[in-house]
Design a protein around this ligand. Structure first.
Ligand code: HEC
Length: 112
């Protein structure tokens, strides 16, 4: 019986840890891993891929002002196509919380 409680407690801890991981710091890590190849570590989009695809400068307040949470969410989840060309592939394996952390991370670009 004691053992069972121990296992349950451990499983609960893992669950809590997993939920808490989707914080802005995770947004930063995810962004680096999955998004920086186009958008750049700094969000300016000054990478080879970013320039070719026309990634915007997300440190520019005007660009940030147009960053709409809902649209950003859809784009990150389902990808972005313009004129039949894929600009961004869907990131279907991200959780909603991770996507929100990514958007929060992008919004903070202008404040650096
Ligand atoms: C293959 C290159 C590429 C990758 C990788 C990429 N993006 Fe994009 N993304 C683009 C381009 C190009 C645009 C369109 C121009 C712009 O808004 O910068 C865009 C647009 C966006 C937008 C704006 C959507 C809108 O119109 O409001 C968001 C938000 C975004 N990307 C987030 C991300 C996140 C988060 C990741 C990582 C999970 C990511 N992108 C990975 C190329 C990429």
């Amino acid at each position: 019986m004691k053992n069972l409680i121990g296992i349950t407690a451990a499983a609960l801890l893992v669950t809590i840890w997993g939920t808490q991981a989707a914080e802005p710091s995770e947004g930063a890590a995810l962004f680096k891993k999955k998004c920086a190849s186009c958008h750049g570590d700094d969000g300016k989009g000054e990478t080879r891929m970013g320039k070719r695809l026309g990634a915007k400068d997300y440190t520019d307040p005007k660009v940030l002002a147009e960053l709409n949470d809902e649209k950003a969410f859809t784009v990150i989840k389902e990808g972005l196509k313009e004129d039949g060309k894929t600009k961004m592939k869907p990131e279907g394996d991200l959780t909603d919380a991770q996507i929100k952390a990514l958007i929060a991370h992008m919004k903070a670009f202008g404040k650096k």
